[in-house]
Design a protein around this ligand. Structure first.
Ligand code: SAM
Length: 281
């Protein structure tokens, strides 16, 4: 698995170039794109195609050659194979057959955008592209309504405006967004904005280039504070379990973060109204 630059040839690593040079053959998403990279590196290599429309036949051809002892470098047009790109099925099949797979680290728009986003990176979720199909798209967005982790989306320029509208509709106009455009390229832009502002901007301006959207996660729901009524219910339950009134109040007040005196007064008042005085424990 050989990642390739997402826009800047300076991101070619020594290991990437060596692996391409040493492989017996290259499986490429589009050989016309990869041949340019090979020319840049001064390499000539036998190539086969492996793309999302031939994962079955193309994959089998690669597997047959690997099983016969050849080595293959898998590349896509840009970035890391298997990340919103062909590669996933091939690795799964290799894993099932016990064929070793080695993934070389390198350019990936997801990681580059997240790192530059200024959003929390400790926990994040990669959501790839939203579906074109309305029902699947809605289901995908609905599943993220309460997502607290930073969310990363890929989007093509011609669908960006609609996607921003849908994201703003789901998460609200004020949700912070980092819009990462043309990463590693001459016109790289990292714009820290909100979903509402970005949606409005791209209603008026035509999106150009490649985009990654980094959307801040939802604020955690505030835990509801317990009321004295909750406290009374707990006292009743603990009394039922055999605790004295005093101990039940003490435990309930501590667990629910309530005032012990207030809860005690209320519990005593309730007892006075509803039942004959019981012996204090
Ligand atoms: N496998 C690739 C990777 O590792 O990032 C992603 C391939 S996916 C088919 C293409 C999408 O990645 C684009 O639509 C865009 O969302 C994102 N992308 C790729 N290169 C980019 C760049 N230079 N700047 C911003 N986004 C980019």
């Amino acid at each position: 698995m050989v990642p390739t630059p997402i826009g800047n040839l300076g991101d070619i690593s020594k290991r990437m170039a060596e692996t391409l040079a040493q492989a017996d053959f290259i499986a490429a998403e589009d050989t016309r794109v990869t041949v340019k990279l090979l020319n840049h590196l001064g390499l000539k290599k036998p190539m086969v195609t492996y793309h999302r429309h031939n994962t079955e036949t193309g994959g089998q051809a690669v597997i047959d050659r690997l099983a016969a002892g050849e080595s293959c470098a898998l590349v896509t047009d840009a970035g890391t194979p298997a990340i919103s790109d062909p590669g996933e099925e091939l690795v799964t099949r290799c894993a099932a057959l016990g064929i070793p797979v080695c993934a070389i680290p390198g350019p990936c728009a997801l990681v580059t955008a997240l790192a530059a986003s200024g959003q929390p990176t400790g926990r994040f979720t990669f959501e790839g592209f939203l579906a074109m199909n309305k029902k699947n798209r809605r289901a995908h967005l609905d599943s993220l309504r309460r997502e607290e982790r930073t969310m990363v989306f890929y989007e093509a320029p011609h669908k960006l405006a609609a996607t921003l509208q849908d994201l703003a509709g789901t998460f609200g106009l004020h949700r912070p967004l980092t819009l990462c455009r043309e990463l590693t390229k001459l016109h790289e832009e990292i714009r820290r904005t909100t979903l509402g502002e970005a949606a409005a901007w791209y209603q008026e301006n035509t999106p150009k280039g490649e985009f990654v959207l980094v959307v801040q996660g939802a604020e955690p729901l505030q835990e509801q504070e317990a009321t004295l009524e909750d406290g009374l219910r707990m006292v009743d339950r603990l009394r039922g379990e055999g605790l004295s009134l005093r101990d039940a109040v003490k435990q309930a007040a501590k667990e629910l973060g309530l005032s012990r005196n207030q809860l005690y007064d209320l519990a005593v008042g309730k007892r006075d109204q509803s039942s004959p005085p019981a012996e204090e424990g």
